[in-house]
Design a protein around this ligand. Structure first.
Ligand code: ADP
Length: 259
């Protein structure tokens, strides 16, 4: 009997859902803002993916949830205990099975995950204590410059990075506003934002043996300019994963298939 499962990643910013069949083929995906009601957002994300796959929830053989808000979702989705780190690594490697280092930048945290040859998590480091080096930092710096994240990344490719001295997101925003007032070119400031994040990432990645490549996941990995900027500053190829923002949901769905 063919099986169909779902993985739901309840992130700090967005809920992602992936529906897989037992050949590990993606039947549908969805994405909803997490907002203030993560459980409802997760249920809506699942319902949206089910609609896209032209099926109803009764047709699913299992649902596994992961992510920051996984404790808010229906209990049966968390009956199988899988770590968020494990889901990200497994989902990221679905289409890049040789990758040994995964860099995930989400809305409110960033993590580097070292994977062994068997595909298991060997080690990881996570920054979830401050906004610097996260999607939230990028969004707030973009807002300070009157841009969206896509425009910020595009401008950054044209600029010579300004050294921002503040590592803290709140102070960095004031620093950017001060620089705008002094007439510093927005492209140079945009470039400085990504250099500042890369410095943070360097200290995360520096805990592991150096590699030539890392697999990049999370919302920011959808933007090719951002991957290119990080590649330049980190002296390695930062390669966006396939379906990068859905890596955690993909990993959760793969765990659901194991059940
Ligand atoms: P979380 O799992 O914490 O909810 P995600 O991995 O879903 O985080 O990533 C959310 C972040 O991705 C947000 O900060 C958002 O600004 C950023 N993001 C979303 N879409 C894009 C895009 N197309 N280009 C660049 N950044 C993006």
């Amino acid at each position: 009997m063919p099986r169909t499962v779902a993985g739901v990643d309840v992130g700090s910013t967005a809920v992602k859902c992936v529906i897989l069949d037992d050949a590990k083929t993606i039947l549908a995906t969805s994405l909803r803002p997490t907002g203030w009601a993560p459980r409802e957002a997760a249920e809506e994300a699942l319902a949206e993916a089910l609609r896209a796959a032209a099926m109803d929830q009764g047709g699913l053989d299992g649902v596994v949830a992961t992510g920051y808000g996984r404790r808010t979702v229906p209990e049966e989705w968390t009956a199988k205990v899988v770590t968020e780190i494990g889901c990200h690594a497994r989902g990221a490697r679905r289409f890049a099975p040789d990758a040994t280092l995964v860099l995930d930048i989400g809305g409110q945290d960033s993590k580097a995950i070292l994977v062994n040859e068997a595909g298991a998590v060997a080690d990881f480091v996570m920054n979830d204590k401050c906004a610097a080096g996260t999607g939230r930092f990028v969004s707030s710096m973009a807002t300070a410059l009157g841009l969206d994240v896509t425009q910020l990344a595009e401008r950054a490719t044209e600029g010579v990075p300004v050294q921002l001295s503040s590592m803290c997101a709140v102070f960095a925003e004031s620093e950017i506003i001060g620089c705008i007032a002094r007439g510093v070119a927005p492209a140079d400031l945009a470039a400085g934002v990504f250099l500042s994040i890369a410095r943070r990432l360097k200290s995360l990645l520096g805990r592991f043996p150096p590699t030539e490549t890392c697999l990049f996941t999370g919302g920011l990995a959808q933007n090719a300019h951002i991957a290119a900027l990080f590649s330049r500053h980190l002296d390695m190829t930062v390669k966006p994963a396939s379906f990068p923002q859905h890596a955690g949901a993909m990993g959760a769905a793969l765990h659901a298939l194991d059940a």
